[in-house]
Design a protein around this ligand. Structure first.
Ligand code: GSH
Length: 211
């Protein structure tokens, strides 16, 4: 497997955790999202992913897969153990809901493309952009904090897809200095996950393109 990734990309971080957790070997193809206006915008990467985003996973058969949650579902179907989704349909839906709360409702508002648009096209000051970032993380985390029922992980005593979404978002929140004191359950889940080798190996600092 080949993973087009950027060390700080939280969507790629999700997929790195899934690959590690399931023990699937992969090579990293780094795509710098910032240098020279973003190497993801080069024609050679656009030919791989017309959306010009990471992650992209290329399977040994040459299939090109995009969108982190879809890629993780593919990994779950092809490498069912250890499972990232519970078998019970209600429990599965709850796990997916927490994963999507982060991946669909927090992350897109704070992604590099929209933030750049706020700055370059809408002419917003950095302080206004930081306030926007904090606002949407805090709104999402308030809901998540209420939805986490019991630890040590987001949905109980097993790692699930929900944790793969949460941990990269916590990393981003810390990097952008969002205060997390109001979210003890989220901080606890993050700590429990980071104690696992699969999560530790996936962290941005441990990537070949880390700066
Ligand atoms: N929904 C997508 C989001 C992918 C995404 O937006 N990736 C970001 C990095 S976290 C990216 O490549 N951004 C480049 C850009 O917007 O120019 C997923 O989950 O894979």
């Amino acid at each position: 497997m080949k993973l087009y990734s950027y060390f700080r990309s939280s969507a790629a971080y999700r997929v790195r955790i899934a690959l590690n957790y399931k023990g699937i070997a992969y090579e990293t193809a780094p795509i710098h999202l910032v240098k020279d206006g973003g190497h993801n915008r080069r024609p050679e990467f656009r030919a791989i992913n017309p959306q010009m985003r990471v992650p992209v996973l290329v399977t040994p058969a040459g299939d090109v897969l995009i969108q982190s949650l879809a890629i993780i579902e593919y990994l779950e179907e092809t490498h069912p153990e250890p499972a990232l989704l519970p078998k019970d349909p209600i429990a599965r839906t709850k796990v997916r809901a927490l994963a999507e709360l982060v991946a669909c409702d927090i992350h897109p508002l704070n992604n590099i493309g929209p933030l750049r648009y706020l700055k370059n096209t809408m002419g917003q000051e950095q302080s206004a952009i930081d306030a926007w970032y904090h606002h949407w993380v805090v709104a999402g985390f308030e809901a998540l904090e209420a939805l986490i029922e019991r630890g040590p992980y987001s949905c109980g005593d097993r790692v699930t897809l929900a944790d793969l979404s949460l941990v990269p978002q916590v990393y981003n929140a810390r990097r952008l200095k969002v205060p997390l004191e109001k979210f003890p359950k989220i901080v606890g889940v993050d700590a429990a996950c980071m104690a696992l080798a699969a999560f530790d190996r996936a962290r941005p600092e441990n990537q070949p393109d880390a700066e």
